[in-house]
Design a protein around this ligand. Structure first.
Ligand SMILES: [Zn+2]
Ligand SMILES: [Zn+2]
Length: 309
């Protein structure tokens, strides 16, 4: 996902041009990791779930559906649905440089929004990535808890299985975005401010890296080979997810260095291919671990909402 690359009238013009030329409509704005990267992340993550995750989630039909859903939130960026497009655009990124100026990140979306507005800022500029991801993960966990209850009661679980597959696929989009360094920074599409290393200032780097380069050069097998072994996510999920995003953010300058060496032109370099596969693998590994954590945590008893009252 790329912010503000095309104003809406410009996008409309571009689309009208594409239609009138009678060619297939390719939306000109970039989407995080493009279609191919998001599909790879979702498919690999769900295919690598530990064997004690529910079997329906590892079925071929579920894997195919979850792969299809990888790019789903990017399909919501169409000018045909302007309100949805505007409301969900900030959920694909967070500019830590701006968010951290407001203090420690609160866990709840509306607490953060209150801080943003109080500072005279707008969430569209700073991004809402961690809140959206954590909330979708909690939806997944809630559905898994319902699945356990229905199964224990001997009832039909097929309807809730469909909900779980959807939530897992939807979640995958944001976790995938979260492994793309340019989704964590004000330097999201061309270097801004002091530039002692002479990094590119062109507004092409984001799309070239996450979409064109991935589609032309990165294969699922390269990404799979780089995935970490499954691991438990202890403690609070919001905190664990923010820590993951901050690890991603440590790679921002590397993207610009690789670009400077021609890393995202054509077939790139061995270093740029390895870097990109490793980033996609970090996304797939985290998604696998988050889905599995939702499954384990869904067995926990629900806290009594009236406790201590
Ligand atoms: Zn992007
Ligand atoms: Zn996105």
């Amino acid at each position: 996902m790329l912010r503000g690359r095309f104003s809406r009238p410009a996008l409309r013009l571009a689309l009208a041009g594409a239609f009138s030329a009678g060619i297939a409509c390719q939306a000109p704005s970039a989407h995080a990791w493009g279609n191919d990267g998001h599909r790879i992340i979702n498919r690999l993550a769900v295919s690598a779930l530990p064997a004690d995750a529910p079997a329906f989630l590892r079925s071929q039909a579920a894997v195919n559906e979850i792969e299809y859903l990888g790019p789903e939130p990017d399909r919501w960026r169409s000018p045909a649905e302007p309100e949805l497009s505007a409301a969900q655009a900030p959920e694909h990124f967070i500019d830590f440089e701006l968010a951290d100026k407001l203090g420690p990140l609160p866990h709840k979306r509306f607490d953060f929004l209150a801080e943003v507005y109080a500072a005279g800022e707008r969430p569209e500029t700073i991004g809402l990535q961690p809140w959206q991801t954590d909330e979708v993960w909690e939806r997944l966990k809630s559905a898994m808890r319902d699945y356990r209850e229905l199964k224990a009661a001997g009832k039909d679980t097929q309807p809730v299985e469909q909900a779980i597959v959807f939530y897992a696929g939807w979640l995958g989009h944001y976790v995938g975005d979260g492994s793309q360094p340019l989704h964590t920074t004000v330097q999201y599409n061309g270097w801004t401010g002091p530039n002692p290393h002479g990094y590119t200032t062109s507004h092409r780097i984001h799309y070239e890296f996450e979409t064109e380069f991935v589609s032309a050069n990165i294969h699922a097998a390269d990404v799979e080979a780089d995935m970490a072994p499954p691991k438990a996510i202890p403690g609070d999920m919001f905190d664990a997810y923010v820590a993951y995003l901050r690890r991603t953010a440590t790679h921002v300058e590397e993207v610009y260095q690789l670009d400077k060496e021609g890393g995202f032109e054509g077939a790139g370099t061995a270093a740029s291919r390895a870097f990109t596969a490793a980033r996609l693998a970090a996304g797939a590994s985290m998604l696998r671990d988050m889905i599995y954590a939702a499954w384990l945590d869904s067995a926990q008893p629900v806290p009594d909402r009236y406790a201590g009252k």
